[in-house]
Write a protein that binds this ligand. Sequence first.
Ligand code: F3S
Length: 399
Amino acid sequence: MRLTPDQQAMLDGQYGYAVRKAMEILAALGEIYGAEDMVPISSVQIAGVSYDNLGEAGLSFLAEMAAGGGQVRVLTTLNPAGMDVDNWQALGIDPDFAAQQQRVINAFARMGVITTCTCTPYLSGNLPLYGQHIAWAESSAVCYANSVLGARTNREGGPSALAAALTGFTPAYGLHLPANRRPTLTVQVEVPLNSPADFGALGRCIGEQIEATGQKHIPYITGVAAASLEELKSFCASLATYGGAALFHMAGVTPEAALFQPPPTGFSVAQTALDAARHALSDADAAEVDFVSLGCPHLTIAEIARLAQLLAGKQVKKTFWITTSRPVKHLADRMGYTRIIEASGATFAVDTCCVVAPIKGRFTALATDSAKACYYACSKNKMKTLFLPFDEVVAEALR
Ligand code: F3S
């Protein structure tokens, strides 16, 4: 791989220990994936923030990079942590865990990372432009950035995203190259879609069929008349979870779709397939639900406004986490939504979510409108799930 003199100096250690380590990671990745050179990036999103996932080894790596003089060179934001940083006690987080989680966040902050703690960085000041090269981790945000925004990123891991942040570069392979962004199969959607939950079920349906091919595919999706931000956020999270996809094109909806013709082969999604995908996301009876959560990915202010409407003057009967980012929570405070929601007994779980918080063993069954949350509730936290549209999730909390 060709390195510029400046990149070579990074690799030679002239910028200190952390930058050398970072460039070593990027050069190794570049060699593995056959990159010819590096591209400058405009922003980074780092995942792998929860101490529940990182553990002591991950924390040591971060502390080492911070002590080694690591400082971000581009706008760098952070995925959710394992707790609400300001209000972890209200979520029943163990004090020892909270102390370790805070050390993780402090290590990132020492390196200049903006500790947004959200998986929707595009709603919190990290909004890449069309065509920009970025290095993002967090599969749902990667899919959103590539597909909806038209930015260019591979699906980074935590260390490679941090390495890109500390150097300002990423190896030019995969989705950074225009030739690799071409769609490879066509998906004809033959059903009306009416909610983020419908888009979540569609993501599972398409994702599983892509997985079944045994190949990586970039779907070109037709037949979707329109999609809101919330619907695309839900679809991206689900497609990335069930199909490992980092990019899709949707005719009439996403910006790069107009550059391509639909590929000749593919499949269609009929009502029966969508219903089956929706059905497969639930294995709990309503009577088993003891935990309710909305906000995977983190809720927008429009979703919180709707929630306030639905909860006004009512009392929830189950543990109900509302997960969102700190900036969106501040807007909810200003608009009076927080007061209404908290008066109902629901709890804001800011900076975190029902997947990355250490809640394994605390609950039996989760009700949610997120297809992604269903996957991880089962695989990581060993809960059953009940998958419902947004308003019905709220009704479940009130029942
Ligand atoms: Fe975000 Fe947590 Fe879901 S990080 S996408 S809310 S699993």
